[in-house]
Design a protein around this ligand. Structure first.
Ligand code: ATP
Ligand code: MG
Length: 571
């Protein structure tokens, strides 16, 4: 499709990437395919884990496209599998959808439709379109055949309607043990599509469901529940990922046999990211084996994890919008997501000074006991957020990295005899160092030029470097958590024989700095605040913080590797 453009001449042109889903919906609205029904979509998570960044793509498409066409979106829990589903997940999913910025029209549960689905199953039996099969799961698999081998009819396929009704109602009333019988659709054991070879509709499972308790001991399969749930909610466009494409003929078959509202399934590409696993099963394994601290570990690709890490819904929506939707699966560079996040934080994050690995600096010619305050802009990108006063005194912390006793070539930061600028404050020149008995550096002594207050010298003298600092007497101590990629392989699922994705975990994905020194204004940080620690990166407060010991997470380092990639690609 042609990229849509922003027609408003006041604002710069915004290009929306091609998205074939939008084209389909626009065409259906134009032709009145669903009569006067509004565009209705749904987001249908199974509550068996926390939502991840892949789900964010589906959410933005489901909610975003309905919104564009003045339609509505339901949040529906696809809760047909009682063994793996939990209320904890139901709650976290709602929190995450809202956090992303979306509100559903109705909150629905597939389990609310169990009575209706049961009625429809009876209807299909009556019509000779479904039968109770006594084959075991293994036998059913063998009878199904393969892509190159036709399936075989089950010996129970031609049971009478009466016998089927009798057996199915007894399945429901709990007479039979788990796995002893199933209800199957009677379609075509010779179909080239394996999904149409008499798929299972219901199985017996004496399990307690998170909502219906012990009311049911038969549960519908995903395929027998999903399309009909869509139909009940009058979903016009049921968007899902490509792996469901082969299920679409079955989705349509049930709807046609039952002559119910003709919801339309459309498949789009799954989001895959480099260095990232987006499988709930594997994420659950990381959590249950305590490879991470929980579903919301800041290294996890879950929405709760990246939220805790400091990612923002605005950046995630912009990222998802930029990748569009296609009909072939691909893989997106994780740096692209980080690029959108840096872009957002650069505009919004308050600047602050924090020294992660402190080295003491003493200004010998600064009066002892004196303090002063320098005025600093909170965000040079946004003057409207004002300024703050940062205390300055004779003893400061600087980064260990910003001083070299013997500077390597092209090292422009502080070294003996060299002059640098202390950010927002004064020019200083390093004079001497003090060492401990074991030879390690204890402190650096320097002098300052009182005429250079504010960071410029009246004689126009230039310095090659500006370093950040925190006054020792005013500093607050904090724990800092630095994160790196959770996996060290671009494709973490790719493993050698006998190894698993766990072997691809990056052993250095978390580094904890126990005692960093922060400017005092950071004592007032709140969980929702976002900071750029100047020259270091983007940070936010972690919920593990206590009043005595704040904890900050590094969302991202400053360097923009994406820009580098782009430059390389352009070159
Ligand atoms: P997993 O494979 O991790 O178990 P799932 O697809 O089974 O994920 P659901 O809870 O069924 O998880 O997903 C809800 C919706 O989100 C579905 O419509 C699904 O297609 C979509 N979805 C899941 N993963 C992705 C992804 N990586 N990219 C885009 N959409 C996704
Ligand atoms: Mg699923």
């Amino acid at each position: 499709m042609a990229a849509t453009t922003n027609a408003n001449p006041e604002t710069p042109e915004i290009r929306t990437p091609s998205n074939f889903l939008r084209d389909i919906i626009a065409e259906d609205v134009r032709t009145g395919k669903f009569g006067d029904a509004v565009v209705q979509t749904r987001f249908p998570p199974e509550p068996n884990g926390y939502l991840h960044i892949g789900h964010a793509k589906a959410i933005c498409l489901d909610f975003g496209l309905a919104d564009e066409f003045g339609g509505k979106t339901n949040l529906r829990f696809d809760d047909t599998n009682p063994e793996k589903e939990e209320t904890e997940y139901v709650d976290s999913i709602q929190t995450d959808v809202r956090w992303l910025g979306f509100e559903w029209e109705k909150l629905c549960y597939a389990s609310d439709y169990f009575p209706q689905l049961y009625e429809w199953a009876l209807e299909l039996i009556q019509a000779g379109r479904a039968y109770v099969d006594d084959l075991s799961a293994d036998e059913i698999r063998r009878y199904r055949g393969t892509l190159t081998e036709l399936g075989k009819d089950s010996p129970y396929r031609n049971r009478s309607v009466r016998e089927n009704i009798d057996l199915f109602t007894r399945m429901k009333s709990g007479e039979f043990p788990d796995g002893s019988r199933v209800l199957r659709a009677k379609i075509d054991m010779a179909s080239p599509n394996l999904n149409l070879r008499d798929p299972v509709m219901y199985r017996i499972l004496h399990a307690t469901h998170h909502r219906t308790g012990d009311e049911w001991c038969i549960y519908p399969m995903y395929d027998f529940a999903h399309g009909q749930s869509d139909s009940i909610e009058r979903v016009t466009h049921s968007m899902c990922t490509l792996e469901f494409a082969d299920h679409q003929p079955l989705y349509r078959w049930y709807i046609e046999q039952l002559a119910i509202f003709p919801s339309q399934q459309i498949e789009f590409d799954r989001l895959n990211l480099t260095y990232t696993l987006l499988s709930k099963r594997k994420l659950l394994q990381l959590v249950s084996e305590k490879r991470v601290s929980g579903w919301d570990d800041p290294r996890m690709p879950t929405l709760s994890g990246i939220r805790r890490r400091g990612f923002t819904p605005e950046a995630i929506r912009a990222f998802v919008g930029s990748i569009g939707a296609t009909r072939t699966n691909g893989i997106v560079d994780i740096e692209m997501l980080e690029h959108f996040q840096r872009d957002d934080l650069n505009r919004r994050a308050s600047r602050a000074m924090a020294v992660l690995r402190p080295l003491k600096l003493v200004i010998d010619n600064y009066p002892e006991g004196q303090e002063e305050f320098v005025e600093v802009q909170n965000n040079p990108e946004d003057p409207s957020v004002g300024t703050r006063q940062v205390p300055f005194s004779r003893e400061l912390y600087i980064e260990q990295d910003d001083f070299r006793e013997v500077p390597p070539p092209k090292y422009y930061r502080l070294s003996p005899g060299k002059e640098v600028r202390l950010r927002n404050a004064y020019f200083i020149t390093a004079k001497s160092v003090q060492k401990s008995a074991d030879g390690s550096l204890v402190e650096v002594h320097c002098t300052y030029d009182p005429a250079s207050r504010g960071g410029n010298s009246p004689d126009g003298r230039k310095v090659k470097s500006t370093i950040h600092w925190v006054s020792t007497a005013h500093a607050i101590s904090a724990e800092i958590r630095l994160y790196d990629k959770l996996f060290s392989k671009a494709n973490p699922g790719e493993t050698e024989e006998g190894k698993s994705f766990l072997d691809n975990l990056n052993p250095d994905s978390l580094e904890v700095i126990a005692d960093a020194k922060l400017e005092p204004s950071l004592a007032g940080a709140k969980l929702e605040d976002r900071y750029q620690f100047e020259r270091v990166g983007y940070f936010c407060l972690d919920p593990d913080s206590t009043p005595e010991k704040p904890v900050f997470n590094r969302t991202l380092a400053l360097k923009d590797s994406w820009a580098k990639i782009e430059r390389k690609a352009g070159a």
